[in-house]
Design a protein. Structure first.
Length: 274
C-alpha cells in the first residue's frame, strides 16, 4: 500500500556513527540510508508529525543539526533544526498545507480546529525575513549549501510539486533529493512497514487514575491515615514513571540494532531498495 504522507530526516552525520548513537540514546525506530552528505532517516509508517519532530530534535543533538521533510501530492513542509526549535518552510495552497499538517499530526476535530485558529502562520512564508532565516539555518546545517537556488525554491511557495527534492537539489544535496524521489515511489516501503512507529505504550497512564481512585476509596473505607494515602500515591507515581521509562527503552535500546535501525542498501550512495 502506497503511503499518502511521506517523511524523511536528513543529517550530516554518517550512518555508522548515527546508528550507534541512536541505539544507545534510544532514538527511533527508523531506517537509515547512507548518502555522501550524511544520512537520510525514514520514519516508520504511522509516525506522527510530533514524533518525527521529536526524533529529528534528538538527531540534532547527536549530529549538530537535522532537517525534517513531510509531504504528500499537494503540499510539503520542511523543518530545519539547528536549535531546539525548527524553522518551517511550506509549499502548496493554504488549504493543502493545513490538510497535510492535520494528516501528518493525525489530528482529531480539536486539533484541526486549533490548526485553523493558527492558520495565519502559513502567511509567514511570504515574509522576506522568514525566508532568509530559513536559508541561514540551511547554511548553518550544511555550510557548502548554495543560498540562491534554495531561496528561489522557498519563494515559489505556491508550487508544491517536487518541492522537497527540488529544495535539496538546489541546496547542493542531490543524493538526499534522489532518496526523497525513490522513497515517494515506495522503494523503501518493504523495510519501513516492518518497523513500529516511535510510540511508547501508554497503558500505565490509563491504569494510574483507577489505582488512585481505589486507593482513595480504601483510605476512606478503612480509615487509613491521610499520610499513608500520600505515601501510596507517591509510590504509584514513581512506579508510573519507571514503567514509562522501561517501555520507552524497549522501543530501540533493548532490541537488536539492525532490527530497529536497519541500514538500507544503497546504489551509488543514494538509492534505497527493499
Amino acid at each position: 500500500m502506497m503511503l499518502r504522507v511521506r517523511m524523511l530526516i536528513w543529517t550530516p552525520l554518517n550512518a555508522a556513527e548515527l546508528q550507534k548513537a541512536m541505539h544507545s540514546g534510544n532514538v527511533g525506530p527508523a531506517a537509515l540510508v547512507p548518502v555522501q552528505s550524511g544520512t537520510v532517516l525514514l520514519p516508520p509508517p504511522g509516525t506522527k508529525l510530533s514524533e518525527a519532530a521529536y526524533m529529528t530534535n534528538r538527531v540534532r543533538k547527536i549530529a549538530g543539526g537535522a532537517a525534517l521533510a513531510v509531504w504528500n501530492d499537494s503540499a510539503a513542509l520542511l523543518y530545519l533544526f539547528t536549535t531546539t526549535l525548527g524553522r518551517a518552510t511550506m509549499w502548496g495552497s493554504r488549504e493543502a498545507v493545513l490538510a497535510l499538517s492535520a494528516e501528518a499530526k493525525q489530528s482529531g476535530p480539536a486539533g484541526r480546529l486549533f490548526d485553523r485558529s493558527t492558520a495565519g502562520l502559513v502567511n509567514l512564508r511570504e515574509k522576506e525575513k522568514w525566508q532568509h532565516d530559513a536559508i541561514d539555518k540551511l547554511t548553518a546545517l550544511w555550510p557548502p549549501a548554495s543560498r540562491k537556488g534554495p531561496l528561489e525554491r522557498i519563494r515559489d511557495f505556491h508550487n508544491a510539486h517536487q518541492a522537497i527534492p527540488d529544495f535539496f537539489r538546489a541546496a547542493g544535496l542531490p543524493e538526499v533529493a534522489q532518496v526523497a524521489e525513490l522513497t515517494e515511489e515506495g522503494r523503501a516501503d518493504g523495510v519501513l512497514q516492518s518497523l513500529e512507529p516511535p510510540r511508547t505504550q501508554m497503558w500505565p497512564l490509563a491504569a494510574f487514575l483507577p489505582l488512585m481512585v481505589l486507593t482513595a476509596l480504601a483510605t476512606l473505607l478503612f480509615s487509613i491515615p491521610a499520610v499513608v494515602y500520600y505515601l501510596i500515591s507517591a509510590v504509584l507515581v514513581a512506579l508510573l514513571a519507571t514503567a514509562l521509562v522501561v517501555l520507552r527503552r524497549q522501543l530501540v535500546r533493548k532490541k537488536a540494532i539492525n532490527t530497529v535501525l536497519p541500514v538500507i542498501p544503497v546504489t551509488q550512495g543514494a538509492a534505497p531498495t527493499d
